[in-house]
Design a protein around this ligand. Structure first.
Ligand code: HEM
Length: 375
């Protein structure tokens, strides 16, 4: 998509897409404004016009879809649990999970996505929610269904996609409704129990929270890990990062900028407004292209180059403003542990082939599989 972003930043940085009936915003400052000015650009977006979806999804009652002041109520009760200090305690557990996933790998050539980048975040969030990690394939199907967009958009594929989405939401809802009911009043310290006992939240909001947590951090973190390995291998800096010659944390930040797992987020205009001189009417949808902002030449020198020690690196891969990613410290920790555990284990890590299968979604950027050869 990066050539397209470049062209749009040059030619039509705020433009209307007739087909999607939405505005697209491509430049860094404008993207930041759309993401953070919640009075003008609301996160309470209506469902896609053609999707046939209604607004009854519990996700529309979760923090990611709600504006201040309500937003604070839906986020504040859990904020502490995701602060860097609290998250740091999870490191030994995450290391154990990473080690055991590598133990399970057989042979020297394998797909790192299915063996490692995918299971790691699911197991970690399953532990935080205290739900059975063995059901992770099901969790993945649920999450995939929510972000998938069919490659060929015909009436038939769109309808199937929507059906699949509705069914996944129904399955997730019934799964978490049971767990919430079971844990109400209990003194367990997992996140489902935290939600079940959060009196400030309605039952639908508690459910929306559980579903959001299960899906927000999985595909995204999977792709961060995959995209980092992919980028480091491509740049031939795997050894340099492994030995510490290149700072691992900075290199992960550059992977977040260069191949942002979340390419776009949407808002809806609450009133007639304008962005960079272009008029936008109340109720129109606005898509903020994070992936384009992170390649904006007015903010980043040589934006299309992967510079592992880029500094400063003001990328907005985790968003900005009140909706800034709750899981950012966890995602950074997981990626750091995943990479150092992998590098400690093998002397040689090489990309096996360059026939990558990208994730089929305009919003999520990553790979379905990444074959590696290790020694
Ligand atoms: C919000 C990206 C990992 C939970 C966001 C937003 C972005 C984002 C861009 C802002 C949405 C908006 O402005 O509308 C990412 C990326 C990740 C990641 C790139 C991994 C590399 C995680 C993890 C979790 C998580 C691991 C939880 C375990 C959330 C939640 C929100 C959020 C709950 C909503 C926050 C709010 O509305 O206040 N994320 N995320 N994310 N993320 Fe993440």
């Amino acid at each position: 998509p990066f050539d397209w972003y470049q062209k749009m930043r040059d030619e039509r940085p705020v433009s209307y897409d007739e087909e999607r009936r939405a505005w697209d915003v491509f430049k860094y400052d404008a993207v930041r404004t759309v993401l953070s000015d919640y009075e003008t650009f609301s996160s309470d977006t209506p469902p896609d016009d053609d999707s046939g979806a209604d607004d009854s999804s519990p996700l529309s009652a979760s923090m990611i879809s709600v504006d201040p002041p309500e937003h604070e109520r839906l986020r504040q009760f859990v904020d502490d649990r995701f602060q860097p200090d609290a998250i740091r305690d999870r490191r030994p557990y995450i290391e154990t999970v990473a080690e055991s996933l590598l133990d399970d790998i057989e042979g020297e050539t394998f797909d790192i996505v299915s063996a490692y980048s995918f299971p790691l975040p699911v197991i970690v969030i399953a532990e935080l929610l205290d739900i059975p990690a063995e059901r992770r394939d099901e969790f993945k199907q649920w999450s995939d269904a929510l972000v998938a967009a069919p490659r060929e958009q015909t009436e038939e594929t769109l309808r199937k996609n929507e059906q699949h989405r509705t069914q996944s939401i129904a399955e997730m809802s019934s799964f978490f409704r049971n767990a919430l009911t079971e844990r109400r009043g209990s003194d367990r310290d997992d996140l489902v129990t935290l939600a079940a006992n959060a009196e400030a939240l309605s039952p639908t909001e508690q459910l929306g929270f559980c579903i959001l947590l299960l899906i927000a951090g999985n595909i995204t973190t999977t792709n961060l890990i995959t995209n980092a390995i992919w980028s480091f291998a491509e740049q031939d800096i795997l050894h340099a990062v492994a030995s510490g010659a290149v700072d691992r944390k900075q290199a992960i930040e550059e992977a977040l900028r260069f191949r942002s797992p979340v390419q776009a987020m949407s808002r809806v205009a609450t009133e007639d407004t304008e962005i960079d001189g272009v008029e936008i009417a109340a109720d129109e949808r606005v898509t903020a292209w994070i992936g384009s902002a992170n390649r904006d030449e007015s903010v980043f020198d040589n934006p299309d180059e992967f510079l592992p020690e880029r500094s400063p690196n003001r990328h907005i891969a985790f968003g900005t403003g009140v909706h800034y990613c709750l899981g950012a410290p966890l995602a950074r920790l997981e990626a750091g542990v995943a990479l150092s555990t992998l590098f400690d284990r093998y002397d040689t890590i090489e990309l096996r082939d360059d026939q990558f299968q990208p994730v089929s979604s305009p919003i999520v950027y990553g790979l379905e599989s990444l074959p590696l050869h290790v020694e």
